[in-house]
Design a protein around this ligand. Sequence first.
Ligand code: GNR
Ligand code: NI
Length: 171
Amino acid sequence: MPQLTILRYPDPRLHTVARPVAVVDERIRRLVDDMLETMYAAEGVGLAATQVDVHERVIVMDTSEARDRPLVLINPEIVARSDETVVAEEGCLSVPQIYDRVERAARVTLRALGRDGAGFELEAESLTAVCVQHEMDHLVGKVFVEYLSAFKRDRIRSKMLKRSREEQRRA
Ligand code: GNR
Ligand code: NI
């Protein structure tokens, strides 16, 4: 199974809005499997299709300690969110080595289709709730740095551009 290339901020393709998956077929199952492989290799807790330049509503996650509990969310929709919020330190595979605090709903209830195309409902809390919201933002073209101040975001953008120039030079 091939690993996929993860887009890096500020790539404008990260702001694409994903469309719903029409049918969970072999193509989608292959995408899911490749995304899981890519996520595990990158040691991330989640990955949205947007990050691998596929603009369909597909998310893979694994927030388990042992990294043996893959969670697949196709066409996810949040049906309820708690009024209570939490502030957690977030990172993103598309913005490597940048971490900052983001406020999110503490708990969310969502509906999605699994890898087998069957619908299910999930109540998420703690890291899973944070991660679900982070991944669903990717599907509407939003990266977590957009919650930070314009000052911080510009500094992150410059740092990322400088880093990619240096990588180009070394290549
Ligand atoms: O690996 C990841 N860790 C993480 C930590 C706190 C909040 C969200 C995340 S998601 C991130 C992987 C990623 O970029 N998913 O889009
Ligand atoms: Ni991310």
